[in-house]
Ligand binder design. Structure first.
Ligand code: HEC
Length: 125
């Protein structure tokens, strides 16, 4: 019985320690893999926060466009595309090509940048 308890205690301690290793989890931010981490940097680089409020991005508190909080849980992107990974990528690559009247400009993200940014945005559930 004591042995079983010891095993349990070891696992509990191990789980506690490793849970603190995920970047952001201590700060209550979404968990990020490598792609999402690059996406976060790309978002900062392109200044998406000058138009959007985006959790986890320093200074991204503008209200020109819709807040991107919970973007992963939305049904539509910009009210026109089903919210799928492919469609979010398409939107990020060239918004005016999707909706000619949109106020979001084409920021000329590369394919890799758009995929990284989409990965970050999908951490926002
Ligand atoms: C000049 C302001 C501006 C900039 C810069 C900008 N956006 Fe937008 N964005 C908008 C506007 C306005 C909309 C709303 C578009 C619509 O509904 O037609 C939008 C919509 C979106 C949407 C869809 C949101 C929703 O609720 O469906 C996403 C995702 C998005 N932007 C991501 C980004 C990312 C990522 C960047 C940086 C690479 C960025 N935006 C830069 C203005 C901007």
């Amino acid at each position: 019985m004591k042995f079983v308890f010891t095993i349990f205690a070891v696992f509990a301690v191990a789980a506690f320690i490793t849970s603190g290793c995920q970047e952001g989890s201590r700060l209550g931010r979404p968990r990020e893999d490598e792609t999402a981490r690059r996406g976060r940097k790309t978002i900062a680089h392109y200044g998406c926060g000058s138009c959007h409020t985006i959790p986890g991005i320093r200074g991204a508190d503008a209200m020109v466009g819709p807040p991107l909080e919970h973007i992963a849980s939305r049904t539509y992107i910009a009210g026109v595309l089903q919210n799928t990974h492919q469609n979010l990528f398409t939107w990020l690559k060239n918004p005016p090509a999707v909706d000619a009247k949109t106020a979001m400009p084409n920021l000329h993200l590369s394919d890799a940048e758009a995929a990284d940014v989409a990965a970050y945005l999908y951490t926002l559930r």
